[in-house]
Every structure is written in structure tokens, then in C-alpha cells.
Design a binder for this molecule. Structure first.
Ligand SMILES: Nc1ncnc2c1ncn2[C@@H]1O[C@H](COP(=O)(O)OP(=O)(O)O)[C@@H](O)[C@H]1O
Ligand SMILES: Cc1cn([C@H]2C[C@H](O)[C@@H](COP(=O)(O)O)O2)c(=O)[nH]c1=O
Length: 285
């Protein structure tokens, strides 16, 4: 009997990596999987699940009109057939609707296939996404995919940077983007970065600037002096194997967050060890 799983975290934690690893685990044992991702998140091309470590695969897409119960039931087909699907893996699960999470729960209960969802828990305002809220409420198992803030604590929040470089506190919940726009932080530094007073704000904002690169100012406007200064030389530079293809940022900016983490602000030796924990197929299904 399958279960409904929600593997949640912040951005850049290793969710897509874990998903692709779980898919690989099933397939190397001769079992077929159904991969799905949100149609709206086309950073690497529509219907492409891409992880920052370089793994990538094509997937089917869902939007709000997709009936996921029907899709899973059809993919499962005859359980004894060679091409039956043994597991359903869904990336960007925060973009599921509440109805779709019920459809997945029904697929687990009535079709008997495990469904593994991977997504963000909260948005840049600290609010749950609809898909995440439903999964947190109804999934059989919740698993946190962990990553760290620049201070070394677990990152649980994500800031979105506005055009002036400052973290935003209001705006549309959905804003497709990557490292040029978003940074994962612990709650304390998220609060500091988005607060109105200066209680720790400058340190957090400096980190966001350092991680995201120069803000996107309108043409003709000079950057503030502190942003024009070149960043300190990195202690250790790690180049992502594959940057998200559709990222509007240039190559230097895409490499920014990884270099920023290691650029002497704080040693963060656990970043690569913790991200991606929990990969692999569920043991209990
Ligand atoms: N070249 C690399 N080698 C190893 N790990 C990397 C590399 N580049 C990025 N990472 C790690 O990959 C993780 C991001 O993976 P990804 O699956 O894209 O995250 P998510 O889907 O959660 O946004 C981070 O933990 C990051 O530190
Ligand atoms: C925080 C936040 C994120 N998003 C978008 C940005 C990306 O397109 C995805 C998450 O990507 P991941 O690296 O695969 O986790 O979600 C958003 O729309 N709104 C937000 O508040």
C-alpha cells in the first residue's frame, strides 16, 4: 500500500536532486515512475525537472486544470503489466491546488500507488502555499529536506528581493525565479532582513546583497557604493555544474549564491552535506 509523502523545504535545498535520485532508485530496480512538475515553473524549460547539482529530466506538466487522480490511475493501468507505474514523483508541489492534493490522496488510497511530493513550505512572506498547506494537512508522511542559512542554522524561510535590492514583504505569491531573486535564510535572519527597524537587518540584507549580486536598477541609475564594491575573494569557489537554463541572470550572477555562501561571511561547511538528505524511495511503501 502506498503513502502520500510531502518532502518540503526552502529553495536550493536539494528537493529536485532528491526527487531525481528517488526516480533513479526505482528505475534501477526495474520499476517505472511518473514524473510531474508545474507548468508555470519553466526556468529550465517547460516540463523539465532540473537540480542545481546537474541532474535533469523531462517530466509531464500539471496546471490547475489537471485531474491528477485520473492521470495517476491511467499511468498505473494494470498493476501486473510491465509498464505499470510504481511511484509518482511531483516537483514544485507548492503549486498544486487543494483539490489536486485530494486527487493525489485518492490515488494513493484507491489506486495503491505511492506519491512523493517535493515543494516549498512557505512563500517569501512566510505564508503557506495552497498546495503545501493541503499536503501538510493530509500527507501520510512529512519529511524536511534541510539546508542552512548563511549563519549555519537551518534555513526555513526564503526572501524575495525587489528591484531596489531590498527584501520584499508584499506582492504576488507566485513569482517564478531562481537565485537572482531568492535566498533561503533561518527564521531569525528572515525576520531581520524583512523587519522595519535595524535590529540585525543590515547584516542580513548585506548577506542577501552578497548572495544575489547587484540589484536590478533601472538603466541610468547608479548603484549605491557598497554594492559597487567588488565582493571579497571567495575562500572556496564552487561552480554549479549546471545553472538553470532559463535564468535571466548572467553567468556571474548565477554563480553568485554558491560563491557568496563561501565568501567569508561565515563558514558554512554543512551546506553540501545536509542538502538532499532524505533522497531515495520511501522504505515503508
Ligand atoms: N556543484 C554542486 N555540487 C554539489 N552540490 C551542489 C552543487 N551546486 C549546488 N549544489 C547543492 O544542490 C542543492 C540544490 O539542489 P536543488 O535540487 O536544485 O534544490 P531545490 O530543488 O531544493 O531548489 C543545494 O544544497 C546546493 O548546495
Ligand atoms: C519563495 C517563493 C518561490 N517561488 C517560486 C520560485 C521558484 O520558481 C519556485 C521554487 O523553486 P525551487 O528552487 O525548485 O524550490 O517557486 C514563488 O513563486 N513564490 C515564493 O514566494
Amino acid at each position: 500500500m502506498g503513502k502520500l509523502y510531502f518532502n518540503y523545504s526552502t529553495m536550493n535545498a536539494g528537493k529536485s536532486t532528491a526527487l531525481l535520485q528517488a526516480a533513479y532508485n526505482y528505475e534501477e530496480r526495474g520499476m517505472a515512475v511518473l514524473l510531474l512538475t508545474a507548468a508555470c515553473d519553466d526556468r529550465s524549460g517547460r516540463g523539465r525537472i532540473a537540480s542545481r547539482v546537474g541532474l535533469a529530466r523531462n517530466a509531464e506538466v500539471f496546471d490547475a486544470s489537471t485531474d491528477l487522480y485520473e492521470r495517476v490511475r491511467t499511468a498505473r493501468g494494470d498493476e501486473d503489466a510491465d509498464n505499470t507505474v510504481s511511484c509518482v514523483l511531483i516537483d514544485e508541489a507548492q503549486f498544486l491546488t487543494k483539490t489536486q492534493v485530494w486527487q493525489l490522496a485518492r490515488a494513493v488510497d484507491d489506486v495503491g500507488v505511492p506519491v512523493l511530493c517535493y515543494g516549498l513550505r512557505v512563500d517569501f512572506r512566510g505564508e503557506l502555499f495552497p498546495g503545501s498547506a493541503a499536503l501538510l494537512a493530509w500527507a501520510d508522511e512529512l519529511r524536511e529536506v534541510r539546508t542552512v542559512c548563511f549563519c549555519g542554522k537551518k534555513a526555513t524561510m526564503v526572501v524575495r528581493r525587489g528591484a531596489d535590492g531590498n527584501p520584499l514583504t508584499h506582492g504576488d505569491q507566485v513569482g517564478i525565479g531562481g537565485e537572482e531573486q531568492y535566498v533561503s535564510l533561518c527564521r531569525r535572519h528572515f525576520r531581520a532582513a524583512t523587519s522595519k527597524n535595524d535590529d540585525g537587518k543590515s547584516e542580513a540584507v548585506r548577506f542577501v546583497e552578497s548572495a544575489l549580486g547587484a540589484p536590478a536598477l533601472p538603466p541610468g541609475r547608479a548603484l549605491p557604493a557598497k554594492i559597487r564594491e567588488p565582493p571579497p575573494p571567495p575562500l572556496m569557489t564552487v561552480t554549479p555544474i549546471k545553472a538553470r537554463a532559463a535564468s535571466p541572470a548572467g553567468p556571474a550572477q548565477r554563480a553568485g549564491p554558491v560563491a557568496g555562501v563561501f565568501s567569508g561571511l561565515r563558514p558554512a561547511p554543512r551546506v553540501f552535506c545536509i542538502g538532499g538528505l532524505g533522497a531515495g524511495p520511501p522504505r515503508s511503501s
